[in-house]
Design a binder for this molecule. Sequence first.
Ligand code: KG4
Ligand code: ZN
Length: 335
Amino acid sequence: MSLILAIESSCDEMSISILKDKREILCNVVASQIDTHRLFGGVVPEIASRMHVECVSTVLKTALKEANVDMNDIDAIAVTKGPGLVGSLHVGMQAAKTLALAYHKPFIGVHHIAGHIYANDLVEDIQYPCLCLVVSGGHSELVYMKHEFSFEVIGQTLDDAIGEAYDKVGRVLHLPYPGGPVIDKMAKDGKCVYELPLPLNDDSYNFSFSGLKSAVINFCHNASQRGETIVPEDLACSFQSVALEVLVSKTIKAAKDYGVKQIIVAGGVSANAGLRNKLTKESSIPALFPPMKYCTDNAAMIASAARVMFEHQKFSSLDLSVKPSYDLEEESIEV
Ligand code: KG4
Ligand code: ZN
């Protein structure tokens, strides 16, 4: 039995979760700053870290109350060590170190993407070997996992991450930040009538989304110069169908090439309804998605990854520093 308290503060959410054993989530408090950052059309790092400082104690108190546990009952303190915004990461890191030091608890630094991946373990046991499609605001990667907590990055984006491309297209369409969930909804009501280029449609497992994003921007610019009206739902649908085509086809190809038992999807874009439908329909290998509330940043996913690290006694020392960019492969646990 284990009781892990995890803190996630890598971007604009301050979240604290307490996880009992493998998947009993006693609390998952998320203080989102999205309404503030929406005024600026994106996350302002300086504001994000300041707001984390203001709310971290309240989030902790709320979490302990909701879970009905005492700090002395906790077995380990986990925290996102990176990647993410340096100022934001520091707030969670200092809070976690303070708790670990004051209550004499083991301390676990968790890679943010390992957290996103292990959000899937909160649903059912991940079947290894598996292939993970990581799709978030900062990442688009294909990760081969031969066994538990082993990470081999076999493909990645050469430029923009998919979530970033969604958000930039959202900005062109004057949608509220973040554009991803809005485009996903709009795409359902649109038709794929606008022709956009299929990005990096080659034999590699890599992605590229900046060309597609630029094609959308140019398309809007040209239409406006010609005085033509664009149907936003149709553009959302056209953009999404091209983006998903390349994501899904490369994922299925890699899954077959590596002979995996399961495909898992991780990161904020795993909430995308189009992606869920397309991958489930087109893949003969079973696909697993995190529950909707654990797709975007939250501490339950960090606790889930930390639970595996706790079992393997993979602890960090209290001089651990945050790492704004971080190699996932370094995190692998050898068996
Ligand atoms: O994983 P996440 O919460 O933060 C990062 O680690 O980056 O992902 C946030 C990203 C944003 O770009 C957001 O637009 C995107 O996930 N996102 C979506 C959807 N929900 C969130 N993109 C497409 N469709 C969605 N339903
Ligand atoms: Zn994330």
